[in-house]
Design a protein around this ligand. Structure first.
Ligand code: ACO
Ligand code: PYR
Length: 528
C-alpha cells in the first residue's frame, strides 16, 4: 500500500523564539537549523526577517541543505501595495525558499488588531501570496486564531482559508493560536475546512495551553491535514507548541500512523531523538525534563518492584515501545518501592555481578529502604547508590580520609563600606599518612566548602581537575528550622561523563558535603 506523505514544519526558531526567557544567537540558529535539516524535517522556519538584527543576519544566507528554508512575517498592510510594504519586501528579499505569512482569520482581530475591513484583510492575504509566488518562492499562510475565528464567524474564517489557497498558497495552516481548542472540536472544524480545500494543502499549528497540542495535531491528521507544525521539545509562546520530539516517534512507531503515512525523518534518525532533545536543552542551558515522553530519563524508568519483576521477564509488560528505538534506555530504579528484581538489575547495569542468592543483597535492599526513609533518594542519585552498593560488597578503596571540615559565614562591611556576606571553609584530610589542609573563600558556604575540598587532594588532584558541578538542588523534607535537608548534585567531567550524588542531614552544609564527597569518590572510582 502506498503511504500518504505527511510533512513536518519546524518553528523552533520562530514560535520557539517567542518562549519566555529564551534568546537565540545567530550561531544557535545556524546550529539548530542544521540539526533539523539532518533529522529530515521538511520545512525549517528560521524566524522573522525585518523583526530584529539576529533574524536579519540569519536570513542573509540559506541555512538548510534539504529542508525548505522558510521566513515568517505579516501579510501586506491595508492601504498599500506589496511593493510599498517594507515588511513584505524584507520577506521577499530574505535568502529563503519559502514565506509563511501570518494572517488574521478571526473577524474580531481584523477589526480590533488590524483596524481594517474584512475585505482589506482578504486582499492582503491574496496579494501577499501572489507576490511570493511571483518571486519564485513557496507561499504558506498561517491562519492565526483560525479555530476561535471559525466559532465566531465560520464564513469569514473559511473565506480566509479559501482566499489563501485560491491565490496559490502551497499550504494554508489552521492555527490554534490561543491553544484552547479541544481535540473533538479540531476534528469537526478540520472536516468542515476539507470540504473546501484538499487536506494535502492544509496544515495544523497547535499551541499547548490545555496540554493537548500533540493530541490536537494528531486529531487534525486523522481528519485529513497533511502538514504539522511544531517545535523541538515543544517550546514556544506561553505553554508552547506541539512537541515534534513526541510527534515524530508517534507517527513512526504507532501502527495507526506508521501504516498510513510516510514522513521525511528516516528510520535511522529515530534513534537520535533522545540525544537531539537533550542536546537542545543543553543549548538552552536547561535541565532536560526527566518525564518527557519517549526521550526523558524517566520515560522508561520503573520504580515499582512488581513492575520491575515483570519487565525483567519481558520488557513489553510495562513499555509501550522499545526505548532503544528512540535512543533512550530502560532503567530499573532502586528505591523504597523496589524489590530484589530492581536491585539485581541496577547492580548488573553498574557492572556488579552478584549471585541472586547472596545474602548481602537482602541487607543492601533493606539499607537502601532505611536510608530512603531518612530522606535519601537513590533513584535520582545513581552514583551514590553505586558507592553504597560497592561499599557494602567491599569494593570501594578509601582514597583519603576526612579529618574534619569547618565553614564560617560572616556578614560585614568591606573596605568600601558595602555590606557583604562571605564564607570561609577549611577542610582537613589524611592522604598516604599525610595531613592536608585547604582553605577557600566564596560568597556561599557550599561553594566555599566545594572549593576547599577540591583544592588539594595531593597526588589525586590531577584526577579530579576536570570535575565540574553542573547542578545543585536542595529540598527541605519537612517544615521548620530543624527540618531534614536533601542535597542532590549533578557532576560532569571533561570526557562528558555525568553522575548524580545525594546527601542528607539536618544541616544543609553537612548534606552538601556528603554529596560533594560522593561525587569526588565516584569520579576517582569510575573515571580516572
Ligand atoms: C501568533 C503569532 O505568534 S504571530 C508572530 C508574532 N511574533 C512577533 O510579533 C515577533 C516579532 N515581531 C516584532 O519584532 C514586531 O512586532 C514587528 C517588527 C513585526 C512589528 O513591529 P511594529 O511595526 O513596531 O508593530 P507592533 O509590533 O507594535 O504591532 C504589530 C503591527 O502589525 C499589524 N499586524 C499584525 N498582524 C498582521 C497581519 N497578519 N497582517 C498585517 N498586519 C498585521 C498590527 O495591526 C500592528 O499594526 P499597527 O502598528 O499599525 O497597529
Ligand atoms: C502563527 C502562530 O504562531 C499562531 O497563530 O499561533
Amino acid at each position: 500500500m502506498t503511504k500518504d506523505r505527511l510533512y513536518l514544519f519546524d518553528t523552533t526558531l520562530r514560535d520557539g523564539a517567542q518562549t519566555n526567557g529564551l534568546d537565540f544567537s545567530v550561531e544557535d540558529k545556524i546550529l539548530i537549523a542544521g540539526i533539523l535539516d539532518d533529522l529530515g524535517i521538511d520545512y525549517v522556519e528560521g524566524g522573522y526577517p525585518g523583526a530584529n538584527p539576529t533574524d536579519d543576519a540569519f536570513f542573509k544566507e540559506k541555512r538548510t541543505k534539504k529542508a525548505t528554508f522558510t521566513a515568517f512575517g505579516m501579510t501586506k498592510r491595508a492601504g498599500r501595495s506589496v511593493e510599498n510594504d517594507p515588511g513584505v519586501q524584507a520577506l521577499i528579499n530574505a535568502a529563503s525558499d519559502a514565506i509563511c505569512f501570518v494572517a488574521k482569520s478571526w473577524d474580531y482581530h481584523v477589526d480590533v488588531a488590524l483596524g481594517c475591513t474584512n475585505e482589506e484583510n482578504l486582499e492582503g492575504i491574496a496579494e501577499s501570496v501572489k507576490a511570493t509566488n511571483a518571486a519564485g518562492k513557496v507561499a504558506m499562510v498561517d491562519c492565526e486564531h483560525f479555530f476561535d475565528g471559525y466559532k465566531a464567524n465560520r464564513a469569514y474564517a473559511l473565506d480566509c482559508v479559501k482566499t489563501a489557497y485560491e491565490a496559490g498558497a502551497r499550504w494554508v495552516i489552521l492555527c490554534d493560536t490561543n491553544g484552547g481548542t479541544l481535540p473533538h472540536e479540531i476534528t469537526q472544524i478540520v472536516e468542515d475546512v476539507l470540504t473546501l480545500v484538499p487536506g494535502t494543502h492544509i496544515g495544523i499549528h497547535a499551541h499547548n495551553d490545555t496540554e493537548q497540542a500533540v493530541a490536537n495535531s494528531l486529531a487534525a491528521v486523522r481528519a485529513g491535514v497533511r502538514q504539522i507544525q511544531g517545535t523541538l521539545n515543544g517550546i514556544g509562546e506561553r505553554c508552547g507548541n506541539a512537541n515534534l520530539i513526541t510527534l515524530i516517534p508517534t507517527l513512526k512507531l504507532k501502527e495507526e500512523f506508521a501504516d498510513q503515512f510516510e514522513i521525511g525523518v528516516p528510520d535511522e534518525k529515530l534513534v537520535e531523538l533522545t540525544s537531539i532533545s537533550r542536546g537542545f536543552d543543553e543549548l538552552l542551558n536547561k535541565a532536560p525534563d526527566r518525564h518527557s515522553p519517549y526521550v526523558g530519563a524517566s520515560a522508561f524508568a520503573t520504580k515499582a518492584g512488581i513492575h520491575a519483576s515483570a519487565i525483567l521477564k519481558d520488557p513489553q509488560t510495562y513499555e509501550h515501545v522499545d526505548p532503544a528505538l528512540v535512543g533512550n534506555h530502560r532503567k530499573v530504579l532502586v528505591s523504597n518501592q523496589a524489590g530484589m528484581s530492581n536491585l539485581i538489575d541496577e547492580l548488573k547495569r553498574m557492572g556488579i555481578v552478584v549471585e541472586k542468592s547472596d545474602p548481602r543483597l537482602v541487607d543492601l535492599l533493606s539499607i537502601v529502604k532505611e536510608r530512603e526513609a531518612h530522606g535519601y533518594a537513590y533513584e535520582g542519585a545513581s552514583a551514590s547508590l553505586e558507592l553504597l552498593a560497592r561499599r557494602h560488597l567491599g569494593s570501594v578503596p578509601e582514597y583519603f580520609k576526612i579529618e574534619s571540615f569547618r565553614v564560617m559565614v560572616e556578614r560585614r562591611h568591606n573596605a568600601n563600606g558595602d555590606l557583604v556576606t562571605l564564607s570561609e571553609a577549611v577542610v582537613k584530610i589524611w592522604l598516604d599518612g599525610e595531613k592536608l589542609m585547604s582553605v577557600a573563600e566564596a560568597t556561599g558556604p557550599v561553594n566555599a566548602l566545594d572549593l576547599a575540598l577540591r583544592k588539594d587532594l595531593g597526588r589525586l588532584q590531577g584526577k579530579i581537575d576536570d570535575l565540574e558541578l553542573v547542578d545543585y538542588k536542595v529540598r527541605i523534607l519537612n517544615g521548620g528550622t530543624d527540618a531534614i535537608t536533601r542535597v542532590l548534585i549533578e557532576s560532569r567531567d571533561g570526557a562528558g561523563h555525568r553522575w548524580f550524588t545525594v546527601g542528607v542531614s539536618e544541616n544543609i552544609v553537612d548534606a552538601s558535603f556528603q554529596a560533594l564527597l560522593d561525587s569526588i569518590t565516584f569520579k576517582l572510582l569510575k573515571y580516572s
